[in-house]
Design a protein around this ligand. Structure first.
Ligand SMILES: [Zn+2]
Length: 79
């Protein structure tokens, strides 16, 4: 359990995938996480920061922010 939580925290810090349709999901509980900061596009990549608010979620309880990474495939191909 502790190891799994450490892995979820690591993933939250390193960045999870962002879907324009479904947003980002909490690496611990799988709930959709709310955006609180959106960075400008940097090339094909855009970074957002989220928080999980699901009751009982360990990351929500610890106020761990979840980073997400969106990659635009068109920008990536065209430059
Ligand atoms: Zn969560």
């Amino acid at each position: 359990m502790v190891l799994r939580l450490a892995a979820a925290r690591e993933q939250a810090a390193a960045g999870v995938d962002y879907s324009p349709r479904f947003g980002a999901r909490c690496p611990w509980c799988g709930a959709r996480v709310k955006v609180y900061a959106t960075q400008p596009w940097e090339g094909p990549v855009r970074v957002r920061y989220h928080r999980c608010y699901r009751q009982g979620c360990a990351l929500a309880q610890m106020n761990v922010s979840v980073k997400s990474i969106e990659v635009d495939p068109v920008a990536e191909a065209g430059g």
